[in-house]
Each structure stands twice: as C-alpha cells, then as structure tokens.
Design a protein around this ligand. Structure first.
Ligand code: B12
Length: 209
C-alpha cells in the first residue's frame, strides 16, 4: 500500500495522484496494488463525505481523478484477451449508478480470460434475467455501493429463483458497503472485496483452477 497515494487520493490532489501512479508504475508495482491504494483513498473520501467535510462535488471529483489514474494503468496486467473460461455477466443493481469498482472488476476479469458481458449501471432485474437466458453464465456479479439498494439485489435474486434460473448460477456481490451480512441478507453466494478475488472465485465456480 502506498500511503502517499492513499493520502493524495483522499485529499483529491490530482497532480500528486497522477505523479505517484506514474512513479509506482515505473517501479513495476502491480496495477492491482496501485488500485488498492486508490480504493483505500476513496474510502476516506467517503468518510469525509459522511462527516460533511466533503460534498457531492468532491465525490464527483474523486471519481474523475480515479478514472484518470486508472487510464494510466491501461489493461491492468492480465493474461491477455482470448477467452479461455466461461461467461461472466456483471452489472450495478438498479437505483445505483456507481461504476468504478464494476469497471475494474470487468476489466480484470476479461484480461484474465473470461468472456465478460457488462450490463452497465442501474440494471433492472429483467435485464439480468434476459442476460442469463441469453448467455447462460455460470457466474454473475452484482455491484452495489448503496445500502438503500440492498433490497433491490434481494428482489433480483428472488426473481432469479422464481424464474428457475438461480440453481444454475452463482451470484457474487461486491461494492464498498457490501459484507458477509449483506450476502446472507440478499441470498447471494459470495462477497468479493476486489477484482482478484472475483477472478479466483469465478475460476473455482466455473470448475477451472
Ligand atoms: C465516487 C463516489 C461516487 C460517484 C460515483 C462515480 C462513478 N462513476 O462510479 C458519484 C459522485 C456519482 C456518487 C454518487 C452518490 N453517492 Co457515492 N461514493 C463514491 C465513493 C467516494 C467511492 C466509490 C468508489 O468508486 N470506490 C472505489 C472502487 C474501486 O471501490 P468499490 O466500488 O468498492 O469496488 C471494488 C470492490 O468493492 C469490488 N467490487 C465492486 N463491485 C463489485 C461487484 C462484484 C460482483 C464483485 C465480485 C466485486 C465488486 O471490486 C472493486 C475493485 O477492487 C464512495 C465511498 C466508498 N467508501 O465507497 C461513495 C458512496 C458509495 N456514495 C454514497 C452516496 C450516499 C452517494 C449519493 C446518494 C450521494 C448524493 N447525495 O447524491 C449518490 C448516489 C448516486 C446513485 N444513485 O448511485 C455513500 C453510500 C452510503 C450508503 N451507506 O449507502 C458512500 C459510501 C459515501 C459515504 N460514506 O457516505 N458517488
């Protein structure tokens, strides 16, 4: 973890963030480790927002800085784009438009050989149902950053059950406030803290190691 990068991200110091990302890249620090520091910084941004030290404009700024920094990281060091594993369907649940974490997960999954179908943000249940019928994935991912949208994930998973699709698909969830208790509450299979964990669990569920 680069404390310098965590602090620069938390302070929304754009120049310092970009400079430090370039410096870490030059030292061959893996892209996912750099992302972990940026993610930690974003957590502090969130806390400052909660404590009313930051406002919506700062949240927007943090997203812009994060996106610029991840552009410097390019493909995030995967194993190439040829699809050697199964299909992974991913989206951010409806009422939620946070997509930075989702985009990292989809990029890393596809660069690790998964065929990724990205449904975007604010995804209604019907779109998950349609995608599961069409692409027949063994694993799907639902991203959620808002506690107020937990019930939406629950509704989505219950609908998959009603439609007879749940037994054939593992449901991974993730996003800042999501934890084991959320996983139990919404009826998902597993919660992943980062993209690498998502790759590992997906390989396991898809029967490849
Ligand atoms: C940036 C940001 C925004 C940006 C988002 C821009 C974008 N394009 O995504 C903007 C400004 C749009 C925004 C808006 C809002 N936000 Co906001 N936002 C954030 C912030 C600061 C960072 C989120 C982020 O990108 N983190 C970095 C990424 C890399 O981390 P991550 O998403 O967790 O993803 C990683 C893992 O979790 C995992 N992962 C993520 N998804 C998935 C999915 C699967 C399947 C798997 C396996 C893994 C996985 O892998 C990722 C990579 O490691 C968070 C603070 C926080 N602590 O998260 C608040 C936060 C999420 N926002 C919050 C709020 C309240 C809002 C607003 C309601 C504010 C408002 N008053 O309007 C709106 C809601 C808009 C909406 N309807 O969705 C609250 C939510 C509180 C709560 N308890 O629900 C937070 C927690 C801030 C806070 N502490 O108060 N926000």
């Amino acid at each position: 973890m680069s404390n310098k990068l965590v602090e620069a991200m938390a302070d929304l110091n754009e120049d310092a963030v970009l400079e430090e990302v370039k410096a870490l890249k030059a030292k061959n620090v893996p892209a996912l480790d750099i992302i972990a520091s940026l993610q930690e910084g974003m957590g502090i941004v969130g806390k400052r927002f909660e404590e009313k030290e930051y406002f919506l404009s700062e949240l927007i700024m943090s997203a812009e800085i994060f996106n610029e920094a991840s552009q410097l990281l390019g493909g995030m060091g995967g194993a190439g784009t040829a699809s050697k594993y199964g299909t992974f369907v991913m989206g951010t649940i409806y009422d939620d438009i946070h997509d930075i974490g989702k985009n990292i997960v989809t990029t890393v999954m596809s660069s690790n050989g998964f065929n990724v179908i990205d449904l975007g943000v604010d995804v209604p249940t019907a779109k998950y149902v349609e995608a599961i019928r069409q692409y027949k994935p063994k694993v799907i991912g639902i991203s959620c950053l808002l506690t107020t949208a937990f019930d939406n994930i629950k509704e989505c998973i219950q609908t998959l059950e009603k439609e007879g699709l749940r037994k054939d698909v593992k449901v991974l969830i993730g996003g800042g406030p999501v934890d084991e208790a959320t996983c139990k509450y919404v009826g998902a299979d597993h919660v992943c803290r980062n993209a690498q964990e998502t790759v590992e669990y997906s390989k396991k569920y898809m029967g490849v190691q």
